[in-house]
Design a protein around this ligand. Structure first.
Ligand SMILES: O=C(O)C(=O)C[C@]1(C(=O)O)C=C[C@@H](O)C=C1
Length: 394
């Protein structure tokens, strides 16, 4: 193929891609209108029956054009997830009219390029108001910014699919009066970032946040004799490597973040687990009101009385009220050796009858009990089309 033929084809692809974007934007306008009708008529945002019908129709339609059923399903899972999250954000902002700010001052760990920075950008891109970024050096500093009203929100990483819970954040949540008002998950893709043309074999010093080293322990073991230098954040690691400007130093972090410092990736997918995601809490001074049409989660912290089976009894309260627990974490209580504080994430809204009943029962049977927040659930489980495989054969 001559280069002019290639150019002509690329022009056509570019044109089509632009059309696709226009159609996606149109679809978004319609789904925002759907959200308005759902607010008016008190209808739940999610309708998985409709999603299933829509997916089956699209898979069949795709087949006619020679498109693979899995490709079509994946594509529309992303489109529907975006639609659901946008609708949820719209409903949540309507349910908290005083809470929509013209500017959102948001405190997060690190600086431009850190995973917390990328998560902050993602969460607030769906919300009204201009984003003012406040990069901080520690979790304590982030929380203080909101407590002293220097920031409206804080974005805090709480757990990662490879390295587990972030204990320091759990411990800070125990001692603050801030409320969890939102959650989000963000894919964490670590790459080896350098400032010069170099090769993995030349790298002698690695800069990264300790969590990143923990999540990439297999890669580090393979690398062998390399000095690891822990940094306060991934952005601090990127800045250091950019300033050092050496061919034997590299940072570990996201490729997108690294590009903000002029770094490029010489190796990607460094994490031990392929599916590497972090979950973040968004916290604020005041709790939010989560509309009942939106799936909600509630995070609680409690310490049980010192008697055998006390935790089991507390968990039975959830079972009896048909409340699903999505996470249970325990942390030592400072000053009380061998006593534990339990953090629970449960599905449900604090305005719901069974949830109120469960909270009352738990409060009565525990030594310490506090609701840390009720917030819209951003875990959008994709609608499974049982028929995908069968339709494959259509
Ligand atoms: O049709 C609806 O009710 C919508 O809200 C739109 C939509 C979509 O994006 O197609 C999104 C969420 C629902 O779960 C089903 C479908």
């Amino acid at each position: 193929m001559s280069s002019s033929e290639l150019e002509k084809l690329r022009v056509k692809i570019t044109e089509l891609d632009t059309h696709l974007l226009t159609f996606l934007a149109k679809r978004q306008q319609f789904t925002n209108q759907v959200a308005e009708t759902k607010i008016k008529n008190n209808i739940p945002v999610r309708d998985q029956k409709r999603e299933e019908q829509l997916l089956i129709r699209l898979i069949k339609e795709g087949k006619k054009h020679g498109l693979d059923a899995h490709y079509v399903t994946q594509l529309f899972h992303v489109i529907i997830e975006d639609s659901v999250l946008n609708q949820q954000a719209l409903l949540a902002s309507r349910a908290n009219p005083g809470g929509s700010l013209t500017v959102n001052r948001v405190a997060f760990l690190g600086d431009k390029g850190s995973y917390s920075y990328l998560a902050t950008q993602k969460y607030f891109s769906r919300r009204p108001g201009k984003l003012i970024e406040i990069g901080c050096q520690s979790f304590l500093e982030i929380i203080k910014k909101v407590e002293t009203n220097e920031a409206d929100y804080a974005v805090l990483p709480i757990e990662n699919t490879s390295s587990g819970s972030i204990n320091e954040v759990y411990d800070q949540l125990q001692h603050t009066h801030l409320s969890i008002i939102g959650e989000l998950t963000h894919p964490i893709k670590h790459a080896l970032l350098v400032n010069q043309e170099t090769d993995v074999s030349k790298i002698k010093t690695l800069y990264a946040h300790p969590q990143v080293f923990a999540q990439c322990s297999h890669f580090l073991a393979e690398l062998g004799n390399v000095e690891v230098k822990p940094c306060d954040s991934t952005s601090a690691a990127m800045l250091t490597v950019a300033e050092l400007n050496r061919d034997d130093s590299a940072a570990m972090g996201s490729e997108t973040g690294g590009s903000l410092y002029g770094l490029h990736a010489i190796k990607s997918n460094l994490a031990n687990q392929k599916e590497n995601h972090s979950r973040f809490f968004v916290v604020a001074l005041k709790p939010v009101n989560v509309p009942l049409q939106v799936p909600a989660k509630t995070t609680l912290v409690m310490s049980t009385v010192q008697k055998p089976g006390a935790l089991v009894e507390a968990l039975m309260v959830l079972r009896d009220n048909k409340i699903n627990m999505t996470k249970l974490e325990s942390r030592p209580i400072t000053g009380n050796p061998w006593e534990e504080m339990f953090y629970l994430d449960v599905e449900g809204n604090v305005q719901d009858g069974p949830m109120q009943q469960a909270l009352e029962e738990l409060q009565a049977m525990t030594r310490y009990f506090k609701v840390l927040g009720c917030y819209p659930s951003e875990e959008i489980n994709p609608t499974k089309v049982a028929a995908v495989i069968a339709l494959d054969g259509l």
